[in-house]
Design a protein around this ligand. Structure first.
Ligand SMILES: Nc1ncnc2c1ncn2[C@@H]1O[C@H](COP(=O)(O)OP(=O)(O)O)[C@@H](O)[C@H]1O
Ligand SMILES: [Mg+2]
Ligand SMILES: [Zn+2]
Length: 294
């Protein structure tokens, strides 16, 4: 495969962190978590974009109550839609095309994603959350190879059927040298209205297992909650409608952990670049005396 084009790197330079949200299986709540994390980050004051890259099953417009939303083009750039402070781009906004997505083949799909990434007027963003389709197909691959992403956030449910496939996604991104930000367990437990206890009805430990096996951070557990589901279907995300609920709280905790991991990855990268730069110029003088470790 060809290397990343410098062009794409400069085009995305106004976006500080790009987070791909991946899973092995569909239906684990990847879109739900992407959206509510985006809102949680935004509620801390960060500027946040949300790219619904699930071309085969775009669900973000529905979850935001923007089913009839559309996107404008200005100066040859896509203008993201605005919702609850988020900048949103989704294939679902192109109503006619989304019915036909299933017939598109790899190169076309990759081209569409590249355009959504690079030819969108994101302006300044602290975080761009990219809701990927499940699995290890063309879209996740294109994301990893087109732009400098901060890392991948893996979503799984507690069951082995989900975590065993999530492992495949983690392996693929590791092979591509894309950092893994961490793993979040969704539908982790049920907070019982009768006894207030957490009931781990799907078993427990799916995400912890991945976290230990791959030595990647465990960033949170989101409870199973009726309000999360009904809110999604009605276009009313729980981070907007029920900010004091345990679910919203769980999203806030996860968002904080995600932000912290992004900072760690960024500062590691910075250190790497500085050490490479100083390796490349052995005779450049001033920095050496100032930095005893180099
Ligand atoms: N924590 C949760 N509690 C209850 N329902 C959930 C939760 N997370 C997701 N759901 C529901 O599960 C279904 C699948 O979620 P979705 O985010 O579309 O999954 P994916 O994007 O992985 O396919 C949706 O109906 C959604 O509302
Ligand atoms: Mg989805
Ligand atoms: Zn109980």
């Amino acid at each position: 495969m060809e290397g990343r084009s410098l062009d794409a790197d400069t085009q995305m330079a106004t976006v500080k962190n790009i987070i791909g949200v991946a899973s092995g299986k569909g239906g684990v709540g990847k879109s739900t978590v992407s959206l509510n994390l985006a809102l949680a980050l935004s509620q801390t004051g960060a500027k946040v974009g949300l790219l619904d890259a699930d071309i085969y099953g775009p669900s973000i417009p529905l979850m935001l109550g923007m089913k009839d939303g559309s996107m404008e083009v200005e100066d040859n750039k896509l203008q993201p839609a605005d919702s609850n402070g988020l900048k949103v781009v989704s294939f679902g906004f192109f109503a006619d095309q989304s019915n036909q997505a299933a017939i598109y083949r790899g190169p076309i799909i990759s081209g569409i994603l590249k355009q959504f990434l690079v030819d969108t007027n994101w302006s300044e963003l602290d975080y761009l959350i990219v809701d990927l389709p499940p699995g290890t197909g063309d879209i996740p691959l294109t994301l990893a190879q087109t732009i400098p992403i901060t890392g991948i956030l893996v979503i799984t449910t507690p069951q082995d059927v989900a975590s065993n496939v999530a492992v495949k996604a983690v392996s693929m991104f590791e092979k591509l040298n894309v950092p893994i930000i961490g793993v979040i367990e969704n539908m982790s437990h049920f907070i019982c209205p009768n006894c207030d206890d957490k009931h781990y009805i799907f078993g427990s430990g799916g995400a912890k297992k991945i976290s230990e096996q791959f030595k990647i951070p465990f960033l949170g557990e989101i409870p199973l909650n009726y309000g999360i589901m009904s809110g999604s279907d009605l276009g009313k995300p729980i981070m907007i409608t029920d900010v004091d609920s345990p679910s919203a709280n769980a999203f806030r905790v996860s968002a904080k952990n995600v932000a912290a991991q992004c900072s760690i990855i960024a500062s590691n990268l910075q250190e790497e670049m500085e050490s490479e730069a100083s390796d490349a110029e052995p005779s450049s003088i001033t920095s050496i005396s100032e930095n005893p470790t180099s």
